[in-house]
Design a binder for this molecule. Structure first.
Ligand SMILES: [Zn+2]
Length: 244
C-alpha cells in the first residue's frame, strides 16, 4: 500500500468554496453549518481496504514496552512508513499524533493506570492515533474528519469517537486541587468544588440554593477560598509549634 500525499488539499478547497458560498447566500449558512455539511461528505473519501485482519493479535501486556511493541507492529503492518512511538507525561489526553515529527505519542500515566484495568481502551487509543497518521499521510487531514473516520473503519474501530471519556489517571502529585468550595454557612457541608473562582456575587449567593434542598440552603450558602483556609491552617500550626 502506498501513501502518497494528494497534491491538492481537497478538503480545504471544498471547505473554502462552501464558506464563500455561505457568505454570498445568506447569514443562515454559517461556518458551523458548513462544517456539518463537510461531515456528511464522507463519500468523497474512498473506502479504505480493511486492515484489521493484518493487525497483530493483542496479547496480555505487562509493561509499557509491550504496548510500544504492539503500536510499532501495527505501524509496520498497516501504518505509513517512517513513524515511531514515544511516551509523554500528559494527564489530560490519552495519546496524540504529531504530524510533522511523524510520531505517535501516548500518555505514560494513562497506559500505566489502564494496564490492569482496561487493555482494550489502550488498544483503541493506539488504533485511534494510527488512523490519524493514515489520514494525514494520505489526505493531509488533521483532526477527526472523513479520512480519519475511513481509516478507523479499516482498522476495525468504526464506532471510535473523537473524544474518549475515562477516569482520571493523573498521578497524585499532578492532580489538580480545587481552589474554592460552595458550602453551607452553618453546617459547613460542601456542595461543590471549583478549580477557578466562580462568578458568585454576594447578592447572587443570597438568592442561590441547592436544587432539591431549597428550604435548607436558600440564603445560607457560602463560598470559601480553600487556599486561604489552608494557609491559615499552616500558620496556626506553626504558631502552636512555636508556643510548645
Ligand atoms: Zn484523535
Amino acid at each position: 500500500m502506498e501513501y502518497q500525499p494528494t497534491s491538492v488539499p481537497r478538503k480545504k478547497v471544498i471547505f473554502g468554496a462552501l464558506q464563500l458560498l455561505s457568505f454570498f447566500l445568506s447569514n443562515d449558512l454559517s461556518a458551523r453549518r458548513v462544517r456539518d455539511i463537510m461531515k456528511h461528505m464522507r463519500w468523497r473519501i474512498p473506502q479504505e481496504d480493511p486492515m484489521m485482519l493484518l493487525l497483530p493479535q493483542p496479547k496480555e501486556w505487562k509493561n509499557l514496552q509491550d504496548v510500544a511493541d504492539y503500536a510499532r507492529a501495527c505501524i509496520e503492518v498497516c501504518g505509513p512508513p517512517g513513524w515511531d512511538v514515544v511516551w509523554d507525561r500528559a494527564v489530560k489526553r490519552l495519546g496524540c499524533c504529531m504530524f510533522n515529527r511523524r510520531i505517535l505519542s501516548f500518555s505514560r500515566f494513562f497506559v500505566q493506570t489502564y494496564l490492569d484495568k482496561d487493555q482494550e481502551l489502550i488498544r483503541r487509543t493506539v488504533l485511534h492515533e494510527l488512523a490519524h497518521a493514515l489520514a494525514w499521510e494520505k489526505y493531509r487531514e488533521r483532526g477527526h474528519g472523513p479520512a480519519w473516520h475511513r481509516a478507523c473503519c479499516a482498522l476495525g474501530i468504526a464506532d471510535e469517537r473523537s473524544v474518549c471519556k475515562c477516569d482520571d489517571f493523573a498521578p497524585p502529585e499532578r492532580q489538580k486541587k480545587p481552589t474554592y468550595a460552595l458550602c453551607h454557612a452553618i453546617t459547613g457541608e460542601v456542595y461543590r468544588y471549583y478549580y477557578r473562582k466562580p462568578n458568585y456575587s454576594a447578592y447572587r449567593l443570597r438568592l442561590s440554593y441547592i436544587p432539591g434542598q431549597r428550604a435548607q440552603t436558600l440564603g445560607k450558602l457560602k463560598l470559601i477560598d480553600l487556599r486561604e483556609q489552608e494557609s491559615q491552617r499552616d500558620s496556626s500550626d506553626a504558631n502552636s509549634k512555636q508556643t510548645q
